[in-house]
Design a protein around this ligand. Structure first.
Ligand code: SF4
Length: 358
């Protein structure tokens, strides 16, 4: 049986039907994860669970996402093996663990340690809501985690509870302090830019400057589980700049590198900065260098593409590393040009952000 015929498992949980490995017609015979638009994926996002400890209104329904049976989640050893294939055979240079919420997995420290051993020298990071992180930050740093991004939209307790449907701000702030004490740096804060967060944007930036965190605002994309996103309601980067500019002196300093999603501004002459990820109004899809692995082991070449390729089924039916690598290459050769949010007839993907991994 070839790797291509091993794929093709149907997956539910509000999740698209997974296709057989797409055609690689016309693809040059190179090991890297190239696509037909001239891009090469070097940055791997690995979702390790769909579960989350919060219920952010723009991400998850109040009742949470349908649970994925544990047998359909990648095991820790499978994650380590696939990360190794991505690095050793496909040219991936950095790995970020996402969810859902990665801290919901008890074996997170083991996954990090396994990856650190299997792909030494490759930066390992995590996007987290930081709930409960105070008890695990030191162990994660010892396991080999290098840095974290914390998703945090407000430091006002009542507003936090309203946005996340959980009164857990205290745990988040304790987690941030513990991560800093453990040396997980630089610590970045990601805030979703919405009408609800615009009024607190100045206070959040001030708090981040004082706490020694790098704040980035992210334009909201149509990846909410309730499908309530509407272009006319979204707050764009320019509106935020107007609000922050009324309080702070902002000087544009551009991007770290062309594929970095955040544009940066120096705040009050520095050294503090604020970033904006203008995913919708200043799309950076042309420079995208990301590949994604979902918690069930499918390759998702783009956040917005429901065309996924199932590596878990192939892996569990005995595919060797090179067969898995070849399926991954095929998935990326099939990558879309970009999200197409601004095009007429745009249709959001079936999976919400929580079910993809941020
Ligand atoms: S929408 Fe797709 S192509 Fe664009 S930056 Fe995100 S993952 Fe990359």
């Amino acid at each position: 049986m070839t790797a291509a015929t091993r794929t093709g498992t149907a997956i539910d949980v509000g999740i698209p039907t997974v296709r057989t490995a797409p055609s690689t017609a016309g693809r040059p015979d190179v090991p890297e994860l190239i696509d037909t638009f001239g891009r090469t994926a070097r940055d791997l996002r690995v979702s390790i669970t769909e579960k989350c400890s919060l219920r952010c209104t723009y991400c998850m329904p109040a009742e949470g996402l349908p649970a994925i049976p544990s047998a359909r989640l990648l095991t820790g050893d499978e994650i380590v093996r696939l990360v190794g294939i991505a690095v050793h055979r496909l040219g991936v240079r950095e790995v970020r663990f996402t969810g859902g919420e990665p801290l919901m997995r008890r074996d997170l420290e083991g996954i990090v340690a396994g990856c650190a051993e299997h792909v030494p020298g490759v930066p390992l990071s995590m996007t987290t809501n930081a709930v409960g992180l105070e008890h695990r930050a030191a162990a994660l740093a010892r396991a080999g985690l290098g840095r974290i991004n914390v998703s945090l939209d407000t430091v006002d307790r009542a507003h936090f509870a309203e946005l996340t449907r959980r009164d857990r701000l205290g745990s988040v702030l304790a987690g941030i302090r513990a991560a800093q004490d453990a040396g997980l740096a630089p610590l970045k804060i990601n805030a979703v830019l919405m009408q609800e967060t615009l009024s607190g944007a100045v206070e959040l930036l001030q708090w981040c400057i004082e706490a020694g965190c790098e704040l980035r605002f992210i334009e909201q994309m149509p990846l909410d589980a309730d499908h309530e996103w509407a272009r006319e309601n979204m707050v764009d980067a320019q509106t935020l700049l107007d609000v922050l500019g009324a309080r702070f002196d902002l000087r544009a300093i551009g991007r770290d590198d062309p594929s970095a999603p955040a544009e940066e501004w120096l705040v009050d002459g520095g050294p503090a900065t604020v970033g904006i990820i203008a995913s919708v109004t200043r799309s950076f899809c042309e420079e995208c260098d990301r590949t994604r692995l979902t918690a069930e082991g499918t390759v998702r070449s783009c956040l917005f593409s429901d065309r996924e390729v199932d590596l878990r089924a192939a892996l569990r039916s005995g595919a060797d590393d090179e067969e898995l690598a070849q399926s991954w290459r095929a998935a990326m050769w099939d990558k879309w040009a970009g999200h197409g949010i601004n095009a007429a007839g745009f249709v959001p993907p079936q999976r919400s952000m929580g079910a993809i991994g941020g």
